[in-house]
Design a protein around this ligand. Structure first.
Ligand code: HEC
Ligand code: HEC
Length: 369
């Protein structure tokens, strides 16, 4: 966990109460002055309300009025109602750092009756900030994404909104932007200047509405881990806060395999591919491909010595054991194939994940025919 990215609010407090009803005992990690509203579930600044007080209101133009970050430009001072978490299997995003928060409306619960598709109540907010470090190690935020549930009737994209606040170059303020088109931004990753594209709305839908539930990274599988410096699993904290309709039965979901390399591959593919390739009917029609099921327990069966099936991609075997250079899946992820091989993931990648490519190369090379 990056030290100086928000772990404040209830996220820093083991077993803190549900819906912000308990004061935040955990003073955020580093620097800054304490937020005036720490631990107070009511409007801040003597009556000034934020989106957290009325999550289905029109979105404010300025991120500060969303109310998650209480002392911008500090990213560590956060409202006590915002729960910091890290999905156990995260998505590759051009090598950028990410921090995430969930805010549940006071007293509301997440319906967990479908194990891998939790149903979040109206008023739930998810926030995710993308950042990089400059040459001095300072965290420079680029964009803060927001997903919220505004209704429980109508089409999926009427029930959920997807928005982005773009930070200015100095990282001192962030404004709501129009996401009809992608917005390119420069960042520094591993000493190199890269271009990161802030996604357009259609991209958000491609990944989030292709999934079984629009919320991808907050479930039994992803919360089944203990964050650095803490003693309780994230899922235990969520259960302890009273946020779930029913606690998941033990043992909780986990991706394992006797072969450690294969285990890593399954985890990676689950995190980076299964929201589109999930074998389920999609929530909404569009450019997704659920028919190829890449959930971790289906990967081998559906890829090794199996032909590709769409007309949009080069024909061939998804995986040829022992030969990455003939495996369409490998050529797609490494982007080393011919023009007919669609790059994978289809959206969201401007910089190839070189470590993952190497991992897949080793794994496929070692697979026995
Ligand atoms: C390439 C696929 C992809 C695209 C495009 C994408 N997301 Fe996501 N998003 C994910 C995945 C996977 C996760 C969960 C894993 C993680 O957080 O690392 C996630 C997580 C999130 C979260 C935290 C809640 C959750 O679902 O886990 C927010 C908020 C979010 N995305 C907002 C957006 C918005 C807004 C857009 C469009 C501007 C967008 N995303 C575009 C794949 C995508
Ligand atoms: C945003 C959604 C999305 C994501 C994320 C995504 N894919 Fe795909 N994938 C598609 C679509 C859509 C197609 C069909 C493309 C076509 O035929 O035009 C496809 C096609 C493929 C194919 C070839 C078609 C076939 O029948 O075998 C492979 C292999 C594949 N994807 C692997 C992956 C892998 C591996 C990942 C993760 C590293 C991934 N995909 C991530 C949407 C996605």
């Amino acid at each position: 966990m990056p030290e100086d990215i928000g772990t404040g609010g209830s996220g820093g407090t083991a077993g803190s109460g549900g819906g912000g009803s308990m004061p935040s005992a955990g003073s955020p990690g580093t620097g800054g002055t304490p937020a005036s509203d720490a631990g107070d579930a009511g409007p801040r600044d003597g009556g000034r309300t934020t989106l957290l007080d009325n999550p289905v209101a029109d979105l404010p133009q300025d991120l500060v009025d969303v109310g998650i970050y209480t002392a911008i430009p500090s990213l560590t001072m956060t409202d006590a109602r915002a729960f910091y978490y890290e999905p156990k299997h995260a998505l590759w995003s051009n090598g950028l750092e990410k921090s995430r928060f969930m805010v549940l409306p006071k007293g509301a619960k997440i319906d967990t009756s479908v194990r891998d598709a939790w149903n979040f109540p109206v008023g739930t907010l998810f926030v995710k900030t993308f950042s990089y470090r400059d040459s001095t190690g300072k965290v420079i935020p680029i964009e803060t994404r927001l997903i919220r549930r505004v209704s429980d009737t109508g089409e999926v994209f009427e029930q959920w909104t997807f928005d982005v606040y773009e930070w200015n170059a100095g990282g001192t303020a962030a404004k709501l932007i129009d996401i009809k088109l992608r917005t390119p931004r420069q960042a520094i990753v591993d000493g190199k200047t890269i271009t990161h594209n802030i996604p357009k709305l259609a991209d958000c839908w491609n990944c989030h509405i292709a999934n079984k539930t629009p919320i991808i990274g907050f479930d039994e599988l992803r919360l089944n881990s203990v964050l650095q410096g803490q003693t309780q699993a994230q899922l235990d904290k969520v259960i302890g806060s009273g946020w779930l309709s029913a606690a998941p039965a033990k043992p909780w979901l986990v991706i394992t395999d006797p072969n450690p390399l294969q285990e890593q591959v399954f985890q990676y593919i689950q995190a980076n591919c299964a929201h589109c390739h999930n074998g389920e009917e999609r929530l909404e029609p569009g450019a997704r491909y659920p028919g190829l099921d890449l959930r971790w327990d289906k990967i081998l069966k559906n890829t090794v010595n199996i032909m590709t099936m769409t007309v949009g991609t080069a024909s061939g075997y998804r995986i040829v054991p022992g030969d990455p250079s003939k495996s369409i899946l490998f050529l797609g992820v490494s982007r080393q194939g011919s023009a007919e091989v669609k790059p994978m993931p289809l959206v969201g990648v401007d910089v190839v994940d070189a470590k993952a490519v190497e991992m897949l190369r080793q794994w496929i090379t070692a697979l026995k025919p």
